[in-house]
Design a protein around this ligand. Structure first.
Ligand SMILES: Cc1cc2nc3c(=O)[nH]c(=O)nc-3n(C[C@H](O)[C@H](O)[C@H](O)COP(=O)(O)OP(=O)(O)OC[C@H]3O[C@@H](n4cnc5c(N)ncnc54)[C@H](O)[C@@H]3O)c2cc1C
Length: 462
């Protein structure tokens, strides 16, 4: 599609936050274009990999049961961030999430019951029927009916703030300029830019898997930081989990996630354990394993378990490595058999058996072992033995653009940069200093996308 020379609102990015902004801006009467770096079949960024959104509700809503109040939601956020959140913006986001169920369904999306599995979410998180891809397809279809223009293979390279903002985009093999009364930046994090990650992680960054889109390379973020936008968040912080090391480096999505850890011991490539596999219930702990593995040599690890535990987690997308003995398993994994056998033997000897229950913090633990396994510790003794290779899988980065409650991008001095708004991952660091709550990425993107779209339209039409 050919670009017009000017629009009221230019939206940079094509994921959930971007399309929420586009829909709201258009409904207020603004002319809107969505510039998406990806080709059409890969549109939608990380949002197309999602399954659910977390939102506040009083009483049952769609398939959600019970209540999920502002205070409980905020307490959950405080717990995972260790207090590293902007309370005003966080509470505003939580309150504004209350009508999300209705708004999302009002745009054609349908709901399904919560998926069963290791993370139990049926009170807090609503699941889109068909996942994020179906959600985005509904949104894009609606956007088309509302005459929002969507331009694909359009990589935004620069954004110049001002009364008449300018956006520079690489399209059809050349650099093109579009004038915009308002710009909404919703271009995700910079997790797919391994060189940029390398500034903080060195060569280790080359070993990370990026769970989502290869297009989130942070170019619009970099451009605005260079033009005086205020940065927020720690550049080394990200959401990262343990994924199957055999998955692709980019775009593996949800199926490469492995939930083996609580049922296993985890060793590094030297054959040694390095963290408590039973520290807390899995929904509170799964997101810490990406970072733990990132600090191990080669950014790899191996979960090892026996035939008694292998049915207890959602199967991975690759089969486990199987062997009749621990040394044989270690050889299959390319690890030193003697060290791994000694690690397993030391662990088995330290296990204090209790009443095993993987759904609570049970009393099966180790004694005198460093690091301990605090819960669900059972001896690894019944062949065959199983292993899964793990590596760090980054979901998204937190370092981004500082914003206010109107989604306006702030300059170094803390005053808004004229006409520039941000939504989604690119500003998630305002609320997520560290840690993560499942389903909160879509909350932030939907709430801020809607605010950014409305504010951008008001600014453009004033
Ligand atoms: C495997 C996986 C599963 C997840 N599951 C969930 C879940 O169930 N619930 C949840 O809440 N969160 C989940 N998340 C996190 C969630 O995807 C994000 O928090 C959310 O989608 C962010 O939305 P966004 O619109 O900000 O970014 P994205 O959806 O990533 O969109 C960014 C967009 O910007 C475009 N872009 C980037 N650079 C440029 C450029 N220079 N020019 C133009 N366009 C550009 C990209 O192509 C993309 O379209 C998951 C993430 C992954 C990877």
């Amino acid at each position: 599609m050919a670009l017009k020379p000017r629009y009221d609102v230019v939206v940079v990015g094509g994921g959930n936050a971007a399309v929420c902004a586009a829909l709201e801006a258009r409904r207020l009467g603004a002319s809107v274009v969505v510039l998406e770096a990806a080709p059409q079949h890969m549109r939608g960024g990380n949002s197309r990999h999602t399954r659910n959104v977390r939102y506040m509700h009083i009483g049952p809503d769609n398939y959600l049961v019970g209540d999920y109040t502002e205070d409980e939601f905020f307490a959950d956020l405080l717990q995972v961030t260790g207090g590293e959140t902007n309370e005003e913006l966080a509470r505003m986001t939580i309150r504004a999430s209350q009508d999300l169920g209705q708004w999302i369904a009002g745009n054609g999306v349908r709901w399904q019951g919560a998926l069963k599995g290791t993370l139990s979410l049926n009170r807090t998180n609503a699941f889109f029927l068909g996942g994020g891809k179906a959600l985005l397809n509904h949104y894009y279809e609606l956007a088309g009916r509302l005459s929002i223009e969507a331009v694909y293979n359009a990589e935004v390279e620069d954004i110049v703030p001002g009364e008449q903002g300018r956006v520079f985009v690489h399209l059809d093999g050349r650099r093109q300029e579009v004038a915009a009364k308002s710009v909404v930046v919703a271009s995700g994090g910079f997790e797919a830019n391994l060189e940029w990650l390398g500034e903080y992680w060195g060569d280790d960054a080359k070993n990370f898997a990026i769970r989502g889109t290869p297009f989130n390379r942070g170019r619009p973020l970099r451009a605005l930081l260079d033009r005086g936008a205020k940065a927020i968040g720690n550049p080394r912080e990200y959401h990262a989990i343990a994924v199957d090391a055999r998955g692709p480096q980019f775009d593996g999505g949800i199926v490469t996630r492995l939930d083996t850890v609580p049922f296993a011991i985890v060793v590094n490539r030297e054959g040694r354990r390095f963290s408590d596999e039973g520290a807390d219930i899995w929904p509170k702990r799964y997101a810490s394993w990406g970072g733990l593995i990132a600090r191990q040599p080669g950014q790899v690890a191996f979960s090892i378990l026996d035939s008694q535990r292998v049915e207890e987690f959602m199967p991975g997308c690759f089969p486990p490595v199987v062997a009749g003995s621990i040394p044989a398993l270690a050889r299959e994994l390319g690890l030193d058999p003697e060290t791994v056998a000694a690690t397993v033997a030391a662990y088995n000897a330290a296990v204090i058996l209790g009443k095993y229950d993987s759904t609570v913090l049970d009393d099966c633990h180790t004694l005198g072992l460093d690091p301990p396994k605090s819960h669900w510790a059972l001896p690894i003794q019944k062949p065959p033995f199983f292993a899964y290779p793990l590596r760090t899988g980054i979901t998204f980065t937190y370092y981004g653009l500082a914003v206010n409650a109107q989604a306006q991008v702030l300059g170094e001095a803390g005053t808004p940069l004229g006409g520039i708004y941000a939504a989604g991952e690119v500003m998630s660091g305002n609320i997520l200093g560290r840690g993560y709550l499942a389903g909160f990425g879509m909350t932030i993107g939907s709430v801020f996308g809607r605010i950014a779209g409305r504010e951008a339209a008001k600014h453009a039409l004033s």
